[in-house]
Design a protein around this ligand. Structure first.
Ligand code: BGC
Length: 742
């Protein structure tokens, strides 16, 4: 695959580009070595995600020219003060760049990124990033550390909430849209900010889902699973990339020359900024690959990492390393050049105060339009996991019992990484349903953390018994996912299962609404609760968006971006697995029963549970039904650079309008390396009225067939391929074959 990387300066006209380049060169030649090193120092001014912080007074550091950018500043006023110190008080006058983790909205909080990815709609991802950038840029932010593009197959890892799930292709489409949303067409506009693809690379493969744990993946896995979303961001012109905390080939990502200089820069052509993660340069010592900060600084600058987030390694060591002739000053110059180019692209040299405008701040944050966008994205993010007997949508003339602390918890709706999100802005499910359903009774039933007292249980059972239907909010508190929030058990915390059981025993039908930042192990619930709606953490429009779905004003269209396991013992579990030498799925064996003989036993299987997940990647139901007919390929044989058209007719066979996410997978039957059983290569959201049908076409190119071959190159190999079209990874309705010839 040829990466179509776009550098930041490519966004500009050649004159503007030359202007920025000239300005940058002048600065690089004028700044002293100490000042250049200061530029590479990124310090934290407020909230911290770790303990190790370089010891420096921020304001004095800015005046002394020892700081080039700042993250986590408090507010616009503080931002302006910092900038004034940099521009007016420091000797060099180079403006600062101000950064914040704007992950899923700034003040107008959108669904968590995993939820947004469940929309399978890049337009939603672009929209939320656009709104987030507009608000952040109006409040002094120029640089966000987003999108997270870590592909992960381990729901125990808390940070799965922050990215787009398990699949390289879906993650790529969503991440590319997020970058475009943040950066827009013109980074110097007053409503765009610099994006940062993170964490480069492999962080999502932390062993056992334990945060900050070690990673051990092959190059093939790195290239085929973890790299594609980064490439998609590079194609969108992302201007910065963040090092991951983890090792690759036993070398930390921050000091890994093969990853940064060779792969990212030389091979993929990335010309812009590489920033460390929080103290990740300092952590070289903990990893046992640097004896002291000096060795760490040397390894990281030589690897090609430009900016030091809070470790102080560059600030304290680079000058000495140059003066002692251990590293060449040109390495520092290169890093500074890249930072200054970004500052130039942001328009900071013309007007360092362009992002600090109180009027814009008051006009652009938390507008009605932004709230409406948040509601739209939250609607599309929800996934109807099951709906037995068409229990949903609710009939608003019925008596509805709403149960669960999460239904009334504003703060949890914001999820982790909430930037300036404020619980006071949130409309909870309880608030909206109280408005929209005449006979609604709310009881807490369980606390937000899942604990249930005898009294809560008793009142809930009483209320539900006399209602026509119960809507029960269950799940995790927001703080159980996000950074440093791994869980070994991913079932419903506390006594929520007991509560559901007691409510089901009342014989009033129960619909569960799930709030969570990761796939959960809800096998029992899936078996016993007739309807389950996955709402993730939907952001500040939680109530209206969920009510739209519960009341049938929006027909749910989300699909899972990550597999739900039956139990933690299946993890890692994901749809595009490799085949095994003894595939149980192909054998004529009932995997739900223990083996009774060798033909059933010596297979790649468990003795106690099936191999299949609870809910597969791509799964999601609707209030209507869809039928697929006439799947066809326009050729039986395709050769290099030819395009194959896959056509399918989809019909809405139910009685209400709805959206089907048509999914296309390929299966390369024989390769020089083992190939996955299927890989997503395309999808499309098709909106259809009741009874309406549409023909959807997908164009597959040679690039879709390529992989990292045994010859260590990206190539499509001749042979037979299957094309699978359908609703979900485990629910394809047609399989067609074609042959690829060179
Ligand atoms: C996280 C990054 C984040 C940084 C700054 C780190 O702990 O891993 O994703 O951008 O903190 O807040």
């Amino acid at each position: 695959m040829e990466a179509q990387t776009r550098s930041l300066l490519e966004h500009f006209s050649s004159e503007r580009r030359a202007e920025i380049e000239e300005h940058v060169e002048t600065l690089v030649s004028e700044l002293t070595l100490e000042q250049k090193v200061g530029q590479l120092n990124l310090l934290n001014a407020d909230f911290a995600t770790g303990t190790a912080v370089a010891d420096m007074d921020i304001q004095q550091g800015i005046i002394d020219g020892d700081i080039g950018s700042v993250l986590n500043f408090e507010n616009l006023e503080e931002a302006r003060t910092f900038q004034e110190l940099a521009v007016e008080e420091s000797d060099h006058g180079v403006p600062l760049m101000l950064a914040l983790d704007v992950i899923h909205g700034y003040r107008t909080i959108f669904p968590i990124p995993l939820g947004e990815a469940a929309s399978w709609n890049p337009k939603m991802a672009e929209l939320s990033a656009r709104v987030a950038a507009t608000e952040a840029a109006a409040d002094g932010v120029q640089w966000t550390f987003a999108p997270s593009v870590d592909v992960s197959r381990d729901p125990r890892w808390g940070r799965v909430m922050e990215a787009a799930g398990e699949d390289p292709y879906l993650s790529g489409e969503i991440s590319n849209a997020r970058v475009r949303g943040f950066q827009g067409d013109d980074l110097s506009a007053d409503d765009t900010i610099l994006a940062c693809a993170k964490h480069y690379i492999g962080y999502g493969a932390s062993k056992a889902g334990r945060e900050y744990n070690t990673v051990d993946i092959s190059e093939t896995n790195l290239r085929e699973i973890h790299l594609p979303p980064f490439e998609a961001c590079l194609e969108a012109g992302v201007g910065s990339v963040m090092n991951a905390f983890n090792l690759y080939e036993r070398i930390p990502a921050s000091s890994n020359e093969a990853l940064v200089s060779d792969l990212l820069r030389a091979e993929l052509g990335f010309e812009d900024l590489v920033v460390s993660d929080w103290d990740s340069f300092g952590e070289l010592g903990e990893h046992g690959v640097a004896g002291n900060l000096r060795e760490a600084a040397r390894a990281c600058i030589e690897a090609g990492s430009d900016i030091d987030m809070v470790s102080g390694a560059y600030a304290t060591e680079l000058v000495g390393l140059v003066e002692d002739d251990i590293i060449d000053e040109s390495l520092v110059d290169e890093a500074v050049r890249r930072l200054l180019t970004v500052k130039g692209a942001l328009g900071l040299f013309e007007d360092p105060y362009r992002y600090f405008d109180e009027e814009r701040q008051s006009q652009r944050i938390l507008t009605d339009e932004h709230r409406e966008a948040a509601r739209e994205v939250a609607r599309e993010s929800q996934v109807l996991l099951k709906n037995e007997g068409d229990l949903l949508p609710l009939d608003d003339s019925e008596e509805v019992a709403l149960v669960g602390g999460l239904a009334d918890s504003a703060t949890d709706m914001l999820g982790a990484w909430r930037a300036e999100g404020d619980p006071d802005d949130v409309t909870t499910l309880r608030t909206t349903l109280t408005d929209r359903i005449e006979n609604l009774a709310y009881v807490e039933g369980c606390d937000r953390d899942g604990s249930v007292s005898d009294e809560q249980l008793e009142t809930a059972v009483e209320t539900v018994t006399s209602a026509d239907i119960a809507v029960v909010a269950v799940g995790e508190r927001y703080s159980r996912s996000g950074e440093a929030a791994s869980r070994a058990h991913i079932d419903l915390p506390g006594e929520q299962r007991a509560l559901l059981k007691a409510l089901i025993e009342t014989e009033t039908p129960v619909a569960a609404v799930l709030f969570n930042g990761r796939p959960l192990a809800i096998n029992w619930e899936a078996e016993h609760v007739p309807a389950i709606l996955e709402a993730w953490f939907p952001g500040l429009e939680a109530g209206p968006a969920i009510a739209d779905v519960l009341l049938g004003e929006y027909n749910p269209s989300g699909r899972l971006p990550m597999t739900f396991p039956i139990t933690e013992g299946q993890i890692p579990i994901y749809y595009n697995r490799l085949r095994t030498g003894r595939p149980a799925e192909d054998a004529d064996v009932d995997l739900t029963e223990p083996p009774t003989g060798p033909a059933e036993k010596y297979l790649s299987r468990y003795l106690d549970i099936p191999n299949e997940p609870l809910y597969a990647f791509g799964h999601g139901e609707s209030y209507t039904t869809f039928a697929y007919t006439d799947v066809s390929l326009d050729a039986a044989v395709v050769s290099t650079d030819e395009t194959l058209s896959v056509d399918v007719t989809v019909e809405n066979t139910g009685d209400r309008a709805g959206t089907e996410v048509v999914q296309v997978y390929i299966n390369d039957l024989v390769g020089s390396r083992a190939r996955p059983v299927k890989e997503l290569v395309g999808f499309e959201n098709v909106v259809l009225d009741a009874g309406e049908s549409a023909t959807v076409s997908f164009e597959l190119t040679t690039a879709d067939l390529e992989f990292w071959t045994a010859d260590e190159e990206y190539a499509a190999e001749p042979g037979e391929f299957e094309v699978q079209v359908g609703h979900a990874a485990d629910n394809v309705t047609a399989i067609k074959t074609f042959e690829f010839v060179e």
